[in-house]
Design a protein around this ligand. Structure first.
Ligand code: ADP
Ligand code: MG
Ligand code: ZN
Length: 468
């Protein structure tokens, strides 16, 4: 908005893909019946002791390396003390004084957004509010999280959204987090302030908590920046507040006002030793990192001459990009391959909530059949969908469906003659200059062959016949 600039910092919470919780053996699987994945430790029983999950440390280091942070050789846990019904211990174990990773960042829209820190912490339980009652499910207590905190250097709602999307992609690629926002395994808090365009002093910020879609991230920031500017223009001031954003109604509501910082009485967790990591450990994790999304994107552009947009779409999921590259090894027909991945694959996934059974060699075979004019493009699309759902072979499906082009020139000429005779009105319109009916006539002819005739040939022969 004119006259003001928006400043944004993100805090991204990502649940780590471990089988068990951060300090006890409880199962982290999502969606178990309420209060069944709990034990004396995560229920905060006195006298219980935490036992740090090594896999969680490994995944946090992996994330740190993927975002080019400095992994700290010594880090430690602290207690953040507060009472809330979703937190039976009345404190959260987190890394406040010495987080596991510092520095790092990500490039978004050609701007480098610094990451200040990544720390490990435990999640809290979940509350369900029903009328006057609230119900607590403690299954999520002590599920391991990392929190990624950016510097206040993001300058638009769109940039914030792109940043969060990019973070999510990196976390999925590295299998640090499954990033299912609808299940809450990735949650974003946004900190927003506005200040005059020429100012170097940051304005007072508000925080919008627990956004669980990328769309909500963008819309919440837009709404909040607008609200703050309106306040200032109306002679009022912005106060430190924690807000909630309803994405459906597009409405912000105040959860609490915190004129002064809450004092969490942080102190070092006495029951967990420091995390001490050596170079070899860090180096081994570095070696285990897969290619990251931006690297895959670059490869797709350079090796297969894809547009950046196509490369970005195909590299959105690691498995998709790998499938594409594996198929591309056995076909020269990258054009068909790309179009199947860009337009068909997303549609098929949306229409069928089923696992992908595509086999790279068979996708390549399908593209080769198109190139050799054994099947047409529409047939390829239909076969591709069937291959996705059944895992069947391309050639087998083409035969089964009668898509193999075995139609001769003579067959088409005959069909053209018939269609011309059967549609005198359309033919007259064409002769009178209407191009539109040409497509109609092509369609009539194609119908006779059930799509098995090459449409390019049909057009050729029809045009000749009509021009006579
Ligand atoms: P807290 O721990 O209280 O949430 P931090 O100082 O750790 O506070 O900051 C949390 C987030 O708020 C960071 O992402 C930071 O970039 C962001 N932030 C801090 N100041 C501002 C501001 N004035 N405007 C926008 N974001 C800010
Ligand atoms: Mg915060
Ligand atoms: Zn437990």
């Amino acid at each position: 908005m004119k006259g003001y600039k928006t400043v944004i910092g993100l805090e991204i919470h990502a649940e780590l893909s471990t089988k068990s919780k951060l300090f006890c053996g409880c199962d982290t699987t999502f969606g178990q019946s309420e209060n069944t994945a709990i034990c004396p430790f995560c229920m905060g029983m006195p006298g219980t002791l935490p036992n740090l999950n090594k896999k969680a440390v490994e995944l946090a280091v992996k994330a740190g390396l993927a975002f080019r942070c400095d992994i700290q050789k010594i880090s430690s846990f602290d207690r953040k003390n507060y009472y809330y019904p979703d937190l039976p211990k009345a404190y959260q174990i987190t890394q406040f004084f010495r987080p596991i990773a510092l520095g790092g960042g990500l490039e978004i829209f050609d701007k480098f957004i610094p990451i200040e820190r990544i720390h490990i912490e435990e999640d809290a339980g979940k509350l369900y509010h029903k009328g006057e009652n609230s119900l607590a499910d403690y299954n999520r207590c002590s599920v391991p999280l990392i929190e990624i905190v950016t510097a206040p250097k993001i300058t638009s709602a769109k940039m914030a959204r792109a940043f969060a999307e990019r973070v999510s992609r990196v976390l999925s690629y590295t299998q640090v987090c499954d990033c299912k926002m609808e299940q809450g395994s990735l949650r974003v808090d946004v900190n927003v302030s506005v200040c005059p365009e020429d100012s170097n002093t940051l304005g007072t910020r508000t925080e919008i908590k627990n956004l669980n879609s990328f769309r909500a991230v963008e819309h919440a920031i837009e709404a909040e920046a607008k609200r703050q500017i309106a306040l200032i223009n109306g002679g009022q001031r912005v106060v430190m507040q924690t807000l909630h954003f309803d994405d459906v109604k597009g409405k912000l509501t105040v959860l609490r006002t915190k004129e002064e910082r809450v004092d969490y009485r942080y102190f070092p967790e006495p029951d967990i030793p420091n995390i001490e990591l050596n170079d070899e450990y860090i180096e081994n994790i570095k070696k285990s990192l897969p290619r990251l999304p931006h690297q895959v994107e670059k490869t797709l552009v350079e090796e297969y001459s894809l547009s950046t947009q196509a490369a970005e779409q195909i590299s959105e999921e690691r498995a998709t990009a790998e499938l594409f590259e594996a198929a591309a090894l056995s076909t020269q027909n990258i054009k068909t391959l790309t179009s199947l991945f860009i337009t068909e694959l997303p549609r098929i996934k949306r229409a069928n909530n089923k696992p992908c059974l595509l086999i790279p060699q068979e996708i390549a075979c399908l593209c080769n059949m198109v190139k050799d004019r054994k099947i047409n493009n529409n047939a390829a699309k239909e076969i591709f969908e069937e291959m996705f759902l059944t895992g069947k072979k391309a050639l087998e499906l083409a035969e089964q469906k009668g898509f193999l082009i075995s139609v001769t020139q003579g067959d088409i000429e005959l069909a053209v003659k018939e269609v011309i005779e059967q549609n005198p009105v359309a033919v007259k319109q064409y002769v009178d200059g209407s191009q539109k009916v040409f497509g109609f006539l092509v369609g009539q002819i194609a119908k006779k062959f059930n799509g098995a005739a090459d449409p390019v040939k049909i057009r050729e022969i029809l045009e000749k016949a009509l021009n006579k």
